[in-house]
Design a protein around this ligand. Structure first.
Ligand code: ADP
Length: 623
């Protein structure tokens, strides 16, 4: 790149789109631009402080690391200045001209154009520097990297439409100054009270002093002490929430947070949050997540995953410790016994926080569960030490509600129930239509609906860990003995004895299509249903296992169950005409398949048989 003259460069297409969408979607959250600018300034100071560990001379005379927010009402100007690490010519072009984050294009594609909905999504994406164009008609950024001479300063300027201009500029001061030419209608921001209020809300806990410079002079506005180093008793909820927003760039309040300071064999502080929304990175396998690491107040590393187990990867926050070296690397973290102990403690803190939320704020816990439940479930396999605790925190979608704990389910069980019944289904609606459920619904017995593939995996993983073992009600060997209406059970037993031979004939007729035929005690209004062999896995789980390259066990054919009390079944048993009997039998099997939401392999055969039966139905009337 030519670094001696001014050049105009087009924004990456994604930047232009994001700016355009942001202006519309965040209309009512415009003030976030200030938070973003202060946050960038604070990061730049953090980076410089870290660099001075190796090279203390970098600071020179200008040794107080600080941020200045200033305004000039008459000239419609607002600025945010820092004496941090600064940017070179190349860096400024790359940082303020492109979005380096992977998945940006997909993200932009997922926005709907509906400002309200998009505001939430953009909040999760994190708005960043470009939010300045919500309030400014023109922006100049002047910067010099700490290790470059004054002649290598640079000025970036743009009105946010299509392109920006970069010009070399002599700059004695190190660091960065962002100067906003405010839009006429945004003059509310050129006001000392308004700015003081915003700095308090968003940036009180920034570890560097933030000065406000206006017509009345210059004064420090914030406390300039990292939030987690302060005494818990003097920190307000607003401060905790403000810090969260600064940290994650999200717009919504977190669902829960906790703050711990530990002095002893190890000394560390941590501030942990459960956000209301997953960040986009959470769903990407290569996405960045994990805590921000400080060593004795010095920022060392972003996104350190080692401090929490994988199933708690939705947690955001910071950890600050005196027990690691300032030059610690990611590899060293992996192998550190200190980190291991901290991970155990932090895991416990998160589980305690969730326990507390579940018992005190059920509604909020349900929000957590909806957003992160499927990730949290992985803990059952990953964290054997805390298994019982995790088990208590699991919530289940059941015939009685959408987020029931195992405790609640067991408490409501009728006397004598020995199993925890569950049913694999694609979604709640499909599950509630299943003929397998009728008996349970009629008898007020709660059934867990396993609607996500991980649920099915979960009940396998929990085998042996629960008092009343799970029983899949669409599988063979369903035992409802001693439960509910006993008449159906007696009827099924009697029918089994009386019609054993017929059932064998039917099984022979079906050949390979089923692995057996028998009477089902749990059928109420449906004439037939299919039971999966006890060893077989649902289609959904088979798919998951196949996708992850695992070997599938042999799946046996299902068993056809008939309802002995149903008139169609009674007709089948009484039927002497071979053709009609075969037609009825096949129609009952196909019906059971349909009720399960499966496709019929032979639709035309089904229709031929059905029509043949219908035509014979009432010959008297036809004549
Ligand atoms: P984010 O902060 O989420 O990375 P931004 O759009 O706010 O996204 O900023 C993009 C990049 O520009 C930052 O990551 C940083 O490298 C650089 N940057 C922004 N402001 C400053 C600043 N005041 N000093 C140094 N670098 C900065």
């Amino acid at each position: 790149m030519n670094e001696t003259t001014s050049q105009t460069v087009a924004f990456q297409a994604e930047v232009s789109r994001l700016m355009h969408l942001m202006v519309h979607a965040l209309y009512s959250h415009k003030e976030v631009f200030l938070r973003e600018l202060i946050s960038n300034a604070s990061d730049a100071l953090d980076k410089l402080r870290f660099a001075t560990l190796k090279d203390p001379d970098l600071l020179g005379e200008d040794s107080e690391l600080a941020i200045e927010v200033g305004f000039d009402r008459e000239r419609k100007l607002l600025w945010v200045k820092d004496n941090g690490i600064g940017m070179s010519h190349e860096e400024i072009c790359a940082n303020l001209g492109t979005i380096a984050r992977s998945g940006t294009a997909e993200f932009l594609g997922s926005l709907s154009g509906d400002a309200k909905k998009d505001a939430g999504l953009i909040g999760q994406f994190g708005v960043g520097f470009y939010s300045v164009f919500m309030v400014a008609e023109h922006v100049e950024v002047r910067s010099r990297r700490v290790d470059l001479p004054p002649e290598q300063g640079v000025c970036w300027s743009s009105s946010g439409e299509g392109s920006f201009t970069v010009t070399p500029e002599n700059r004695v001061l190190r660091g960065t100054e962002v100067l906003l030419h405010l839009k006429g209608e945004e003059m509310e921001f050129a006001d000392a009270n308004r700015l003081t209020g915003l700095i308090h809300t968003y940036s009180d806990h920034i570890a560097f002093p933030v000065y406000l410079a206006g017509s009345e002079g210059r004064e420090q506005v914030n406390k300039a002490q990292a939030l987690w180093t302060r005494d818990k008793r003097h920190i307000t909820a607003e401060e905790y929430i403000g810090f969260f927003k600064q940290l994650t760039h999200q717009l919504d309040d977190p669902l829960a947070y906790c703050h711990h300071r530990v002095e002893g064999r190890l000394s560390y502080s941590c501030l942990l949050y459960v956000p209301a929304h997953a960040t986009l990175d959470l769903w990407r396998p290569d996405g960045s997540r994990g805590l921000k690491l400080y060593v004795q107040r010095v920022f060392v590393m972003e996104h350190t995953e080692v401090f929490l187990p994988h199933y708690l990867r939705f947690v955001c926050g910071v950890v600050d410790t005196a027990d690691l070296a300032l030059n610690v690397s990611r590899e060293m973290l992996q192998a550190s016994p200190e980190v291991d102990s901290m991970r155990r403690a932090l895991t416990r803190y998160v589980l305690e926080m969730l326990d507390e939320l579940a018992s005190r704020e059920g509604e909020t816990y349900r929000l957590f569960w909806k957003e992160f439940g499927d990730i949290f479930k992985e803990g059952i396999a990953e964290d054997i030490v805390n298994r019982d605790r995790i088990l208590r925190l699991l919530r289940w979608n059941t015939t009685k509600g959408e987020a029931r704990s195992l405790d609640e389910i067991q408490k409501d069980m009728p006397f004598g129930q020995k199993k925890t019944y569950c049913l694999v289904a694609e979604n709640r609606e499909a599950a509630l239509r299943s003929p397998h459920l009728e008996f349970f619904n009629d008898n007020g017995i709660e059934v867990i609906l396993l609607t996500s593939p991980i649920d099915e995996w979960l009940i396998h993983a929990l085998e042996g860990a629960v008092d009343k073992p799970f029983q899949e009600i669409s599988k063979e060997g369903l035992d409802v003995e001693g439960l509910g209406d006993t008449q159906g059970q007696r009827q099924a037993r009697e029918a089994q004895e009386a019609h054993g031979a017929e059932l064998e004939q039917l099984a022979a007729l079906f050949g390979d299509a089923v692995s057996g035929v028998r009477f089902g005690a749990h059928l109420v209004s449906a004439p037939s249903s299919l039971a999966l062999a006890s060893t077989s896995l649902s289609e959904a789980l088979q798919e998951v296992l196949r996708a992850s390259g695992q070997q599938l066990p042999d799946t046996a054919c299902p068993i056809l169950e008939l309802n002995p009390g149903h008139p169609v079944v009674q007709r089948l048993l009484a039927e002497t005409d071979q053709q009609r009997r075969a037609d009825l039998a096949w129609v009952l099997l196909d019906e059971a398949r349909l009720a399960q939401g499966r496709d019929l392999a032979d639709i035309s055969g089904f229709l031929v048989r059905l029509n043949r039966l219908l035509a014979q139905e009432t010959p008297g009337r036809l004549a």
